[in-house]
Design a protein around this ligand. Sequence first.
Ligand code: C2E
Ligand code: MG
Ligand code: MG
Ligand code: MG
Length: 285
Amino acid sequence: RAKSAGGNRYELADAEADARAITRHGLTTALPAALDRGEFFIEYQPLVHLGDGSVHGAEALVRWLHPQHGVLGPDRFIPLAEHTGLIVPLGRWVLEQSVRQAMVWQERHSDAGPLRINVNLSPCQLTHPGLVSDTVDILERVGLEPNSLCLEVTESALIGADDDLLKPLRRLAEMGVDIALDDFGTGYSNLANLRRLPVSILKLDRSFTQGMQQFPADPVDLKIVEGIVSLAHSLDLAVTVEGVETGAQAEQLRLLGCDTAQGWYYARPGPPDRLHDLALVDATG
Ligand code: C2E
Ligand code: MG
Ligand code: MG
Ligand code: MG
């Protein structure tokens, strides 16, 4: 960091160049110790019912408070953690923290309806043999109902998935855990394929939401979303939309029949207590 007293432009420029020059290598080697030292933390972004705007739950989004470089978003380090395998213990840590947090919300706001928690899973976690047992173990130790948990898997991770890959997800789904297909619409999957996946929720990618910025929205975008929603509903899947930034988008997506939404229009990802406040306002009117 550039010294503020007496710091000059060159120092600042150097610092910025340094920051940009952080190599993948440097971050990669720092990852395991970061987990031991507790440098990761989780922000929660509310998911709301489009019908009445009430809070449905939240998605857990991991961040890394790096001692030199400040807060790093998941796009900076999740790919590195996937590459080295650290994603397995990191993912397990995120799951346990998030499940504990959901339990705290539920205990504090029993009148708000059971708030649910969504946790992202990497493809490497899907193929890890401990996925089902770790998840069951965490839910049991914490005492959270399986149907309060939703695991998000990207569409691309499941493209061409064979039965071996789907088996653990199927077992979790049978226990009552919801599986959501994240970033849906970006992965060119065969729509007929949806029937064989143990998913109960489609999360429509932000790129679709972006097409709804104007009112009225682009007619082609409207038709596409309308088609996806009707297909999803006919397969008994709920539709969540991500990246809702304006009231106009929320209204269009509600009219199109989407069920739940997430985005800056409602709230940015934030500390767990913020969800308390939102849900409490909800419950008390
Ligand atoms: P995602 O699961 O699709 O999460 C949604 C991303 O969209 C988040 O980015 C969120 O902050 C951002 N977002 C939410 N609302 C808006 C909006 O209205 N406008 C815009 N422009 N963006 C919005 P974030 O937190 O940077 O996470 C990026 C990705 O990193 C996530 O995408 C997810 O795939 C991955 N990720 C995050 N946490 C974890 C984790 O614990 N494990 C794994 N494996 N992946 C994670
Ligand atoms: Mg997600
Ligand atoms: Mg997503
Ligand atoms: Mg996304």
